[in-house]
Design a protein around this ligand. Structure first.
Ligand code: B16
Ligand code: MG
Length: 213
């Protein structure tokens, strides 16, 4: 049985990918190349610096580490500006009810995200208080598919990996959860999330099932 639930942020709780995309596309535009939504798929669940490397690879450009830090910072300032008006209405379907239902059953709830802006986003969505533990990009040193983020979250919930279920939308996140020895529910398309134990379109599906029980 599930004693702890660990949630990825972007793609599971909120679709911040579209704002990441707007900011990355603006940076690419300034560098003189087009960055499409299809390219953006490759950035989902990937860290900020790794995302920049992928973007520059698409544009066939290369810069010093110093310049890259300046660019990543610039992108982040734009991104933060775009998400500054985020609110509860942008929560993905079923998220809040599912979290409240888990809490009522005594399941520990953690966030396991690569984003350094996770706290800001949870505050905007008004759901920070539903989490017992928040593990984000500021707390981890190794990016998914490394299991670090989920292992820290599990330890903060004072649970063992076998007691935890991870909710993930990205393939690298599914791999990270498996490497951590946890069960994983994929959020999205089964053909992409092949290694997940179960794949659903969104938390609204699980929330609906819980209500039937
Ligand atoms: P930041 P997740 C990830 O969030 C995003 O999917 C990815 O596109 C982003 O680059 C990464 O966070 C880092 O975000 O620039 O805000 O630190 O899916 O792990 O919740
Ligand atoms: Mg994600």
């Amino acid at each position: 049985t599930m004693r702890g639930a660990i949630f990825d942020l972007d793609g599971v709780i909120v679709d911040t990918a579209k704002y990441h995309y707007l900011a990355w596309a603006k940076l690419a535009d300034e560098l003189g190349f087009a960055f499409t939504e299809e390219h953006n798929e490759r950035l989902k669940g990937v860290s900020r610096m790794r995302s920049l490397d992928i973007l520059l690879e698409v544009g066939g450009q290369d810069f010093s580490e110093e310049d890259k830090l300046v660019m990543a910072d610039k992108k982040n300032k734009l991104y933060v500006e775009y998400i500054s008006t985020l609110n509860e209405s942008e929560l993905l379907p079923g998220v809040k009810d599912y979290l409240i239902g888990l809490r009522a059953r005594g399941v520990g709830i953690a966030l396991g995200s690569a984003s350094k802006n996770a706290m800001f986003i949870l505050d905007k969505l008004n759901i920070a208080e539903l989490f017992d533990s928040i593990v984000d990009g500021n707390k981890v040193s190794r990016a998914k598919p490394d299991p670090e983020v989920f292992l820290i979250a599990c330890a903060e919930l004072a649970l063992q990996p076998v007691d935890c279920v991870v909710f993930e939308d990205a393939e690298a996140g599914v791999q990270a959860a498996k490497a951590a020895g946890m069960q994983v529910v994929g959020i999205g398309r089964p053909e992409i999330l092949k290694d997940a134990d179960l794949v659903v379109a969104g938390l609204h599906v699980l929330e609906g099932l819980d209500r039937l029980n």
